[in-house]
Design a protein around this ligand. Structure first.
Ligand SMILES: [Fe+2]
Length: 397
């Protein structure tokens, strides 16, 4: 069937807009941004920009289940803690490779973003390897997520968000095939940042209002590029376009609220915020994991629907595996096993005595030692003398 000309008021979610190749000079009010229309908010946005007509392709019409109001989004999804299939020690080596390969892949795909068509299929194996590693032992990739340096933040952030989002989606009970969609949304959630000038992207200061506007445009820049991809799944698009929306309607780009934000958008938003807060940046020391989770907890019900942050915290533990900590005795070490029933009493592999001398690493189970407790988690520079991955692998022997 040929493409059909319609007025903008006739555009409906699920329509695929096409560019008929008419010169802008001849039709300045024709909307020509090719791709899938996924929400009423997007249509309002097109109308507000002053466009009056568009062409759509009826053959490419798609039902938009993932963008309809999500009636189940607020219902309780039962959290499902998983038993590891292999030990942390066994998985760490493999997870290190998975992380490094995914990082290189994201870097090259974002650096090539300005070029030709996007090959989504090329990213599938990386997402699959992340899903598989998390299935074998969820703590391995999570503990590696905070170790990478800060100078290539956009790439580490994309990998980290993929890791947290897939782990969280599994915890929320999403099926295996949906984990892959969540992972793809994670890998591509900030794809639009490839089109933001470096001086704004990496500015070591507060952005001006104009710069903030440019920065925020990364959502639609990425989304518009992705929705042109043939057979793009709407779940991936939802995660990408909704990752900065907030439950109370103050997010962007469409100020969606409540159930208008679907489960993929919610999972991505929680994961994105956690990584952004706890990340190392050139201009800020990383916020310890427990502090980042506390900040998010304060915003529960505002930024996220009730229960979403709470369940994320339950999954991560107050002190996620890999967190460097100081005990009340002054000894320092790393959290090597969480205790979901008593999250303040995980297992610690101790590496330094109270006066800072290295000791042979030994594991303490705080649940079994009631006089011992974690005094605080350590900032990055206070843990600079610890080889966290080595300590984690030694903790299993
Ligand atoms: Fe973003």
């Amino acid at each position: 069937m040929a493409v059909v000309k319609i007025t903008v008021s006739e555009i409906k979610p699920g329509m695929f807009i096409v560019n008929p190749g008419i010169s802008w000079m001849k039709a300045p009010l024709l909307y020509m941004q090719e791709g899938l229309i996924t929400s009423h908010e997007e249509i309002n946005y097109i109308i507000k920009q002053g466009f009056s007509e568009a062409y759509h392709d009826p053959d490419r019409f798609r039902r938009m289940e993932a963008f309809a109001e999500d009636p189940d989004a607020d219902d309780t999804i039962w959290a499902t803690p998983r038993a590891p299939l292999v030990s942390l020690d066994e998985e760490l080596e493999q997870a290190r490779l998975v992380y490094a390969d995914s990082f290189d892949h994201v870097k090259s795909l974002m650096q090539a973003a300005q070029g030709g068509a996007l090959d989504m299929a090329a990213s599938q194996p990386y997402v699959e390897s992340i899903v598989n590693s998390l299935n074998r032992n969820v703590d391995a990739l999570i503990s590696l997520s905070k170790l990478k340096s800060s100078d290539e933040y956009t790439y580490t952030h994309s990998v980290n968000v993929t890791i947290f989002a897939v782990a969280y989606a599994h915890y929320l009970g999403l099926s295996e095939d949906k984990l892959h969609l969540v992972g793809m949304a994670g890998l591509f959630h900030d794809f639009g940042k490839a089109f933001i000038p470096q001086e704004i992207l990496n500015a070591p200061r507060t952005l001006t209002p104009k710069e903030q506007e440019i920065m925020q445009s990364h959502v639609l820049l990425g989304y518009n590029k992705l929705k042109k991809v043939e057979d793009m799944q709407s779940e991936i698009l939802q995660g990408v376009v909704q990752h900065h929306e907030k439950h109370n309607g103050t997010g962007y780009p469409f100020r969606l609220a409540g159930k208008k934000i679907g489960i993929y958008g919610r999972i991505l938003s929680v994961s994105d915020n956690y990584d952004a807060l706890s990340a190392k940046r050139v201009y800020k020391t990383p916020m310890p994991a427990n502090v980042a989770l506390a900040v998010m907890y304060k915003n529960r019900g505002q930024a996220w629907a009730p229960g979403y942050v709470e369940r994320f915290i339950k999954m991560m533990g107050i002190y996620p595996v890999g967190t460097p900590v100081q005990l009340c005795t002054g000894e320092r070490g790393v959290v090597c096993r969480s205790n979901p029933s008593f999250p303040a009493q995980p297992c610690i592999v101790v590496a330094f005595d109270p006066v800072g001398r290295p000791v042979t690493p030994n594991v303490l189970d705080l649940y079994k030692q009631p006089d011992l407790e974690i005094e605080r988690s350590l900032a990055g520079n206070e843990a600079a003398d610890m080889d966290i991955t080595l300590l984690l692998s030694q903790s299993c022997h």
